[in-house]
Design a protein around this ligand. Structure first.
Ligand SMILES: Nc1ncnc2c1ncn2[C@@H]1O[C@H](COP(=O)(O)OP(=O)(O)OP(=O)(O)O)[C@@H](O)[C@H]1O
Ligand SMILES: [Mg+2]
Length: 489
């Protein structure tokens, strides 16, 4: 049997007329339900969600008009068609005013009923489609993302389509474009949302520790392995495993990851038996993955395993008005956090924000807005408050350095704006030291070092590579220190 063409609710109290109408509707291929009173009709409409409702005007409890009013008040989206014995213009006008899509005068035949219902169902389908399209086009927010540019709408759509599956996703994009936000959105939009989301930054972990970080180890597997420890893959069981900066993974580790992807099982360091983990893998890199494969730094077989669904994040400078929308979003957020009264940007400031190419992308914009808010307070952001970089005009975008410069927020609040070293992390930076805080009383060098490292970690939201860049040391140095402090406890 073919699908019924529509779900039609008939609200009609005269039994003979109801029987005729039902027979016609069934004959036209519709699924039909029948109510004899307004009250019953209302309840069925809200419960069964019909596509169209045929409403007799004279009902025992209240009029058909009243029923339509109540339906509208309850948010029913069904198309209402009035059936009336009164063919006057007044009735027709009132029916339309009450929200009827059409009306039919009794007695009516099969052909009239068919045309009216076909029209109503088609209009309704178009309306639903239009609403869906509008919703897609107007999405200015999507999980953690702000911005509704066409380029980002495409990203949102891909995330939405891929999320329900188990497919591995490979996210590429310049630094600061939101790759981690993609991983997070995929997780949250997926059936694994209730499971864990585990992120592991391959660049942040010393080579010799990476295997045990990912796959865990057993007690005694190596010096310092004082206990059995589950790795990130196991911790992500039932959830999503985000492998960030996958391009930094050493080749020997890539082999082990490939085996895990092929079999679903892995061997913790020092373990006799393999273990299994059910995870969905999202990986990210800001390198060109194919170039890495060609250069022999990334295994081709692993690349194809991971690169099932690619998502490429456009740089901020290709997102049109999103730059301003995101700038306003951060301005409002930071103003609230810092107790400032900023409400927007002056025309010139807006123009400067739009004209700047933002080579450090959203993160750079975020830092710039934080900087403005921390150092100033006014109703409007004026050009003079913007980091000087913006006013120096466009920079060559291709030449990026991986050395982040000191975070602007490191500047003490009372520092005059000129003294703040504002340098986006992705620019060819000549890192100058952050403004030196006045030295406290002399303390042991090791204690001071620990304090500085912890402060850098705090300031970067525990982001070891970024903290390392601020301190101008190798990330593995920080990892070793952290491990040593943990062991000392
Ligand atoms: N469209 C956006 N709207 C709002 N915030 C965003 C958006 N894109 C990124 N962000 C924010 O910008 C910062 C950088 O994003 P994220 O860490 O995801 O970038 P990334 O591509 O992983 O960068 P990297 O390559 O340096 O690791 C984060 O604080 C993130 O929340
Ligand atoms: Mg990242």
């Amino acid at each position: 049997m073919s699908e019924p063409r529509g779900r039609i609710l008939l609200v009609e109290d005269t039994p003979t007329q109801a029987e005729v109408a039902k027979a016609l509707l069934v004959d036209l291929g519709h699924e039909v339900r029948h109510a004899e009173t307004g009250t019953r009709g209302l309840a069925m409409a809200l419960d069964w969600l019909p596509d169209a409702i045929l409403v007799d005007l004279q009902l025992p409890d209240f009029s058909g008009f009243e029923l339509m009013r109540k339906l509208r008040a309850e948010g029913s989206e069904a198309a209402c068609i009035v059936i009336t014995a009164n063919a006057s213009v007044n009735t027709a006008v009132e029916a339309m005013r009450e929200g009827a899509m059409d009306f039919i005068v009794k007695p009516y035949g099969r052909a009239r009923l068919k045309v009216t219902l076909d029209n109503a169902l088609e209009k309704r389908a178009l309306k639903a489609e239009l609403t869906a399209v509008k919703q897609q086009l107007n999405r200015g927010r999507f999980f953690g993302f702000v911005g509704g540019s066409p380029a980002m709408q495409a990203v949102y759509r891909t995330i939405e389509s891929v999320a329900p599956s188990r497919a591995n996703v490979f996210v590429t994009g310049e630094s600061g474009t939101g790759k981690e936000l993609v991983a997070d959105a995929i997780h949250k939009a997926s059936p694994r949302a209730r499971g864990p989301f585990v992120a592991l930054n391959c660049a942040a972990i010393p080579r010799d520790l990476l295997e045990s970080e990912i796959f865990g180890h057993v007690k005694g597997a190596f010096t310092g392995a004082t206990d059995n420890r589950a790795g990130a893959a196991k911790q992500a069981e039932g959830g999503t495993f985000f492998l960030d900066e996958i391009g930094e993974m050493p080749l020997e580790m890539q082999v082990k990851l490939l085996r895990f992807l092929q079999t679903g099982s892995f061997q913790p360091v020092g373990a006799a038996r393999p273990e299994k983990a059910d995870v969905r893998i999202v990986s990210a890199t800001n390198r060109d993955p194919l170039a890495e494969v060609e250069a022999g730094r990334f295994r081709e077989d692993l690349y194809y395993r991971l690169y099932v669904v690619p998502i490429e994040l456009p740089p901020l400078r290709e997102r049109g008005d999103d730059v301003l929308v995101i700038a306003r979003h951060f301005l409002a957020q930071f103003s609230k956090e810092e107790g400032r009264r900023f409400r927007g940007f002056s025309r010139e400031a807006e123009a400067a924000v739009i004209a700047y190419p933002w080579p450090g992308n959203v993160r750079q914009l975020q830092n710039a807005m934080r900087n403005v808010v921390v150092l100033h307070d006014a109703d409007m952001v004026e050009v003079a408050m913007l980091p000087p970089m913006l006013l120096r005009g466009a920079r060559p975008v291709g030449s990026v350095s991986s050395t982040p410069a000191p975070n602007p927020v490191a500047a003490p609040r009372e520092a005059p704006p000129q003294a703040v070293h504002w340098e986006p992390q992705a620019l060819p930076a000549s890192p100058s030291p952050p403004p030196a805080p006045s030295p406290p009383a002399i303390e042991p060098l090791a204690a001071m070092e620990k304090r500085m490292i912890l402060a850098a970690l705090d300031q970067t939201g525990q982001d070891v590579p970024r903290a390392a860049a601020l301190l101008e040391v190798n990330p593995s140095t920080i990892y070793r220190k952290l491990a040593a402090w943990r062991a000392a406890h």
